[in-house]
Design a protein around this ligand. Structure first.
Ligand code: RUB
Length: 334
């Protein structure tokens, strides 16, 4: 009989917080997932059997990956930690240590990457620049704040980002740093674009051909920028690059609850009206001038090089059957 060790409440809570967007943004959910794996390892009280420990960790990994589908940073963080568990040998105690070490390394490197992106990206911002950003991206904010400290930023236009209003988070973060910010509705992007020098946004996923999946509306921002000959920069840590897209896997776009757009009562009153709430869209590489990573600035077409450099280990897994679709528990029970 297989006894399934319960997943600790603290870990379930992190998964729930990611799902409900109390923890949001591609970088933050990746770090939260790594932290959840660490907590799960620390709290394991099941049988003193390495196989049982691996089974339990696999279930935690699957739970975390199931929370939000679009940002590849989340599965990449989980794969990173689980890869180190897979390579580790020995007792439960040794495996536990391997998970904790890998999670800590991922979190530390991720935070360092955001800082590096700020420093690297700020050099690309023009003097006296008016910058437009969309949604709330920690990496994009890092670039803007760093450029502001260098005296380069005149003003930032920050979109509201309906329906979740992440633009308000950007507004708060930038004003806290003293950056002059003007909040605009998403629909004003094309109107304001003639005043803008550069667009800086973040990414949830970068595909192998350099397309960027980011908050819904990003592709419209890029289109308006392209028309106005305004350069578009994407700030993205390398763990936002998707190894599965190398073999042609598509990036699943999350559709969220219609009640984020209109109240449930309104929907109930208008049963024939459909409400669609796509959370992300795809900006093709033609509309992106450069991607700022912690390794340096690359043209989007070079995304494949980052994937080969950073995800050799994942590509190994892909050959075994497609990392995008792996469920950890299944791989163990085979
Ligand atoms: C957030 C979003 C952000 C990216 C990058 O979407 O699209 O631009 O995640 O953010 P949501 P960061 O609010 O739905 O999670 O640079 O912080 O990783």
């Amino acid at each position: 009989m297989v006894i399934k060790m319960e997943i600790p409440q603290e870990v379930v809570k992190i998964a729930e917080d990611i799902k409900t967007m109390h923890i949001r943004g591609a970088g933050r959910i990746a770090r939260a997932a790594a932290k959840a794996l660490k907590i799960a390892a620390q709290k394991y009280e099941g049988p003193n059997d390495p196989i049982e420990f691996r089974r339990y960790m696999a279930r935690v990994a699957d739970l975390l990956i199931s929370t939000r589908p679009t940002a590849v940073s989340l599965p990449n963080a989980v794969y990173y930690v689980m890869y180190h568990l897979e390579k580790a040998e020995g007792s439960v105690e040794e495996l536990r240590e391997a998970v904790i070490r890998a999670a800590d390394t991922f979190i530390a490197e991720s935070l360092e990457a955001v800082k590096k992106i700020g420093r690297i990206g700020a050099k690309r911002i023009k003097d006296d620049a008016v910058v437009l950003t969309h949604c709330h991206s920690t990496a994009a904010v890092s670039v803007i704040v760093e450029a502001y400290k260098m005296g380069k930023i005149r003003r930032v236009y920050s979109t509201e980002t309906r329906p979740f209003f992440q633009g308000r988070i950007t507004f708060r973060h930038l004003t806290r740093e003293g950056v002059p910010v003007t909040q605009i509705p998403d629909s004003a992007v094309r109107y304001i674009m003639h005043e803008v020098d550069q667009v800086v946004v973040g990414a949830d996923t970068v595909t192998s051909n350099g397309a960027v999946v980011n908050k819904i509306g990003t592709s419209q921002v890029a289109l308006a920028a392209h028309e106005a000959r305004v350069r578009v920069f994407v700030a993205a840590e390398t763990y936002k690059f998707s190894p599965a897209t190398v073999i042609g896997e598509l990036v699943p776009i999350e559709f969220r609850d219609p009640t984020e757009i209109v109240p449930a009562e309104w929907i109930a009153k208008h049963p024939n009206v459909k409400v669609l709430n796509p959370s992300f869209d795809v900006t093709p590489p033609e509309y992106i001038d450069a991607i700022i990573t912690e390794l340096g600035v690359i043209p989007p077409q070079s995304a494949i090089l980052i994937l080969l450099e950073r995800f050799g280990w994942a590509l190994e897994k892909i050959k075994q059957g497609g990392i995008g679709r792996i469920r950890f528990e299944e791989t163990l029970e085979e």
